[in-house]
Write a new protein. Structure first.
Lengths: 109, 117
């Protein structure tokens, strides 16, 4: 059983479309991070959200932490081919960082 | 700074063989961890360490041993490899003690791709 459920697992869209990736759990997290991973490399941090209800923006990416700190979402506006990659959410619980299954995003020109 | 360095990049083992995956970081990070990444499973925590001399189990510790004799190094040992251990292994470190977050991101190595036949 996955502690953090991420959806969808695969997403293939055209350039210019918007998309949302969800990260859900029944557990409460101290904080939650989103990472992006490219083939052959390790994940790289995009953002950390700490407060329930917090919203952070990173250019065309908007991250939200649920009020109860059990879920999060990543919204990408006007996706570009350079956004292609694996997106991972990770929640801190008990001093450990636990990851979701990841969302494989493909943005076609 | 080199960051987090993992060796080797690729390894093929036969069932029952043993090996050590090396991980070193030059950022003076207290927190280090090992993950395995399998298709559709994301990253699963194997073992972690909050400082030299301290290690603890993660989500999937069986079949793996770790030690942390120095701040810089955190090797992962497979004592008797099994085909189920075929995976990509990532080592990651973080500055923050007592927890990896609060604006202290995990820094990942580039992974070791292990195949057990």
């Amino acid at each position: 059983t996955q502690l953090l459920e991420q959806s969808p697992q695969f997403l293939s869209i055209q350039e210019g479309e918007n998309l949302t990736v969800y990260c859900n759990s029944s557990s409460v997290f101290s904080s939650l991070q989103w990472y992006r991973q490219e083939p052959g490399e390790g994940p790289v941090l995009l953002v950390t959200v700490v407060t329930g209800g917090e919203v952070k923006k990173l250019k065309r990416l908007t991250f939200q932490f649920g009020d109860a700190r059990k879920d999060s979402s990543l919204h990408i506006t006007a996706a570009q081919p350079g956004d292609t990659g694996l997106y991972l959410c990770a929640g801190e619980i008990g001093g450990k960082l636990i990851f979701g299954q990841g969302t494989e995003l493909s943005v076609k020109p | 700074n080199a960051g987090v360095t993992q060796t080797p990049k690729f390894q093929v083992l036969k069932t029952g063989q043993s090996m050590t995956l090396q991980c070193a970081q030059d950022m003076n990070h207290e927190y280090m961890s090992w993950y395995r990444q399998d298709p559709g499973m994301g990253l699963r925590l194997i073992h972690y360490s909050v400082g030299a001399g301290i290690t603890d189990q993660g989500e999937v510790p069986n079949g793996y041993n770790v030690s942390r004799s120095t701040t810089e190094d955190f090797p992962l040992r497979l004592l008797s490899a099994a085909p189920s251990q075929t995976s990509v292994y990532f080592c990651a470190s973080s500055y923050q003690t007592g927890g990896p977050l609060n604006n202290s991101p995990l820094h990942f190595g580039n992974g070791t791709r292990l195949t057990v036949t």
